[in-house]
Design a protein around this ligand. Sequence first.
Ligand SMILES: Nc1nc2c(c(=O)[nH]1)N[C@H]1C(S)=C(S)[C@@H](COP(=O)(O)O)O[C@H]1N2
Ligand SMILES: [Mo]
Length: 377
Amino acid sequence: MPGIKGPSDYSLEPPRHPRLKINAKEPFNAEPTRSDLITSYVTPVEFFYKRNHGPIPVVDDIERYSVSLCGLINNSKELFMKDIWKLPKYTVTATLQCAGNRRTAMSKSRTVKGVGWDIAAIGNAVWGGAKLADVLELVGIPYLTSISQSGGKHVEFVSIDKCKEENGGPYKASIPLSQATNPEADVLLAYEMNGEPLNRDHGYPLRVVVPGVIGARSVKWLESINIIADECQGFFMQKDYKMFPPTVNWDNINWSTRRSQMDFPVQITIKGYAVSGGGRGIERVDLSVDGGKTWVEANRYQKTGIPYIADDSSSDRWAWVFFEAEANIPQRAEIVAKAVDISANVQPESIDSIWNLRGILNTSWHRVQVRVGQANL
Ligand SMILES: Nc1nc2c(c(=O)[nH]1)N[C@H]1C(S)=C(S)[C@@H](COP(=O)(O)O)O[C@H]1N2
Ligand SMILES: [Mo]
């Protein structure tokens, strides 16, 4: 494609913050330390986790860079950055989380396959860009369409990076057309992150941001948008990011028996964050200092000084919620945190009850052992 290239080796990678913890070097996968993560409501770009499946693409000419809109539409269209900049600009504060966040803990129960993430494959950013619903209007698909005139039901996003899982082809994923054309779903074609142009790691010059949904659907370095009849058939939709019951192993797996994961459920870490998928607010965060026998409710907030009310227009519905509580603890304590969202989804108690071989969606209670004078958060 003109204007942007997907290199086939790692000689052109961008610089990264030295404090990131690298979980895999090529492709580059890294997360911040727990304390760097929890310092601010809006995660600084350099401490935002980086999840890649191939070398980072290079833009050689932003003026020539374009996204093609094609598939089941009457007239295909090439969109250049100047066309996208012309559309109304929205900023959406949204938490992006890899479905594999907290996988390392799940692996301790029984080994799972995938990049070993601690608890920081998550970040909260202010994304700036055009609404996908507005972009689709340009090709004649009105707001709130579930089936287009030519039978399109899904919107596929295709990138330019070369991924080994796709046999050297690009990363791709799809979302339902009904979500894509719903302006309230806030799906963006983002060109800014925290008020700056996206950097290369996060999808420069243009990426999709699908709020409230696992990170895997927020395709970076967008090359084309296809209106299609069925869900995208790519590896990352059909052969990854699915949750299987615990009996499934690599010998008996039948990928087609499960749907592709979209929303992420409720979850939390101690002294930290709680987030639920699908735009659901956090109704309550419970903390225990005796391993889960007794509980107290924690204070929740997003921006300091402004009380957080779940399901209220004053709160950022796509973003994480911080919590805080003070408790007297004995010499040794097991602190446990669990969150409840406005649909009354509660985090499950044990990893064993949700263990799955891809090690995704580890939403179990987060337990932290502490000794007075030596907190190990
Ligand atoms: N083109 C492309 N888009 C991608 C990926 C990728 O490897 N290539 N990884 C996905 C996954 S699994 C996640 S969790 C998020 C991570 O986004 P980030 O690196 O900006 O944090 O991007 C998604 N979009
Ligand atoms: Mo991910």
